[in-house]
Design a protein. Structure first.
Length: 363
């Protein structure tokens, strides 16, 4: 019977003995060893290896020492360098290069990792940054448009521009932006002056600051005109910015250091701006960038539906139309649901009536 499949890669001792018996019989009948192996679909070298150890055909277990295994002094050197540099390097890859850098051992990162695991040596993890609790907004800052503004600077590297953007935290309205080649207190002052003028708040802010009673913590004090939220950028915490904010009765609120989620609202706007209008990243002329931002600001505020305010536009929310639009949508969904129910009920009743048999005696 012809052999159709090659001999498997692993064969137990009984199988090897059977194959050798077939080979011996074929050779005894005048076949060459090569011809017998070709018929059995097994390599001649494999058969010769089995023939050389007929008395023990069990698979040999791997053992011994690999020819490229580390020497004892190399293992000791790896462990010694770990003890000296492990606290500093904190990585088996860095430690492997440290060994050659200081001339103590030469081994691959994977080898160093294996030796450390076998020796129960472990790098101490980097300490986690412990952040304090997020500071809440002051009680006087009501959750309504033009009560809390948030601002940040985002970069457009191709044209070397820094863009300050101010957003209303409640309505998500993009209030203003300022394109500049640097990040300074002057940029912040110019941006807030423009936004206050556009919202009709500049005169009120100056008058409130001039009253000298801007202190929400006293009985006869008045609240600031609004709260300005930002990170701890140098232009935000600068003395010039602080003095300007005080002059306009604006209170400042800073997020925790290295915690951009404390300013998630403006970070989201910056991310959306670059994700939905990626051509901005390719602009090389600041004047072109400024013109495009002017155009996109209008679209963002009056056309784009914003998910975090119930899929109305920021301008709708800022002008107080948002809740009415959301209520109208809820009513529209309810009415449509009721209309569909009534239609399908009527359809079902008609089907029942059409299939009802006529009473006896009716022609």
């Amino acid at each position: 019977m012809a052999v159709t499949e090659p001999v498997p890669a692993r064969v137990d001792a009984t199988g090897k003995a059977g194959l050798l018996a077939l080979v011996d019989h074929a050779v005894g009948e005048g076949w060459t060893l090569q011809a017998a192996c070709e018929v059995l679909k097994i390599s001649r070298r494999r058969v010769e290896r089995w023939q050389s150890r007929r008395t023990n055909l069990e698979d040999r277990r791997p053992g011994g020492v690999a020819v490229n295994s580390l020497l004892a002094d190399e293992v000791a050197a790896i462990l010694a360098v770990f003890d000296e540099w492990g606290e500093r390097d904190r990585s088996h890859r860095r430690l492997a290069h440290r060994g050659s850098y200081v001339g103590r051992f030469w081994a691959s990162p994977s080898t160093v990792r294996r030796i450390l695991i076998e020796s129960d040596k472990h790098f101490r993890p980097l300490p986690k940054l412990v952040r304090g609790e997020r500071k809440p907004f002051p009680e006087w800052a009501s959750y309504r448009p033009n009560s809390i503004w948030i601002y940040d600077t985002t970069h457009f590297m191709r044209c070397g521009a820094k863009v300050l953007i101010i957003e209303d935290l409640v309505s998500r309205k993009w209030l203003t932006h300022l394109v500049s080649s640097e990040e300074t207190s002057t940029q912040v002052q110019a941006g807030f002056t423009t936004a206050l003028e556009a919202e009709g708040l500049l005169e009120a802010a100056l008058a409130r600051a001039a009253s000298g009673r801007v202190d929400p913590n006293t009985d006869d004090g008045v609240s600031p005109i609004l709260l300005a939220v930002s990170d701890n950028g140098s232009q935000m915490i600068a003395t010039g910015t602080r003095q300007f904010m005080a002059m306009l009765a604006i209170a400042q609120h800073f997020g925790r250091p290295s915690t951009p989620t404390d300013q998630a609202w403006i970070e989201s706007l910056n991310g959306t701006l670059k994700a939905e209008w990626p051509h901005l990243l390719a602009i090389t002329d600041p004047a072109v960038l400024r013109a495009e931002l002017d155009r996109i600001q209008v679209e963002y505020n009056t056309v784009r539906l914003h998910s975090s305010i119930g899929y109305v536009t920021p301008d709708d929310e800022h002008q107080g139309r948002g809740e009415a639009i959301r209520a109208a949508r809820r009513k529209g969904l309810h009415d449509a649901h009721q209309r569909r129910l009534a239609h399908h009920r009527q359809q079902r009743n008609n089907q029942i009536h059409n299939h009802r048999p006529d009473p006896p005696g009716v022609d």
